[in-house]
Design a protein around this ligand. Sequence first.
Ligand code: SF4
Length: 168
Amino acid sequence: MPMYIADYKKFDVINGKGLRHSLFTSGCTHHCKGCFNAATWNFSYGTPYTKELEDRIIADLNMPDVKIAGLSILGGEPFQNVEVLSPLISRVRRECPGKDIWIWSGYTFEEIIADANKLKLLLDCDVLIDGKFMLEERNLKLKWRGSNNQRVIHIQESLIAGQAISYE
Ligand code: SF4
């Protein structure tokens, strides 16, 4: 099934550290109460993801005149679009040296590493914001996340430690 994207935002300073480009994938079955973007629950919302867009993302990350920190991948639920995102993430690793990859998920770190298919996507990323949005835990003061249960996780350190390690 092709992946659809809800949005692709260049020069995003909200979702992650530094100046970034952000890709919002469509499709999410978590259906959190109070979800900030319920339109993206639909796997066919928005526009189809194409090879042309993938090429553009790679070129945008490597733009010569502006220092782009990396790529942010949000949803929807990116881990329900593993097959399409895996090649993109591999390309960013190969073709965009020095750029980091942040990824958001309604699954927890522990749920992701217990599932080989989801783990495959996590392995090449740097920072994970994990867990469902919980309305009763909503906290507007948090950076990069919406509710107290969600964590900002340093992926590579966590994989070595075998447990979630905070990014900062
Ligand atoms: S995981 Fe994210 S996109 Fe999915 S329902 Fe929860 S808040 Fe909305």
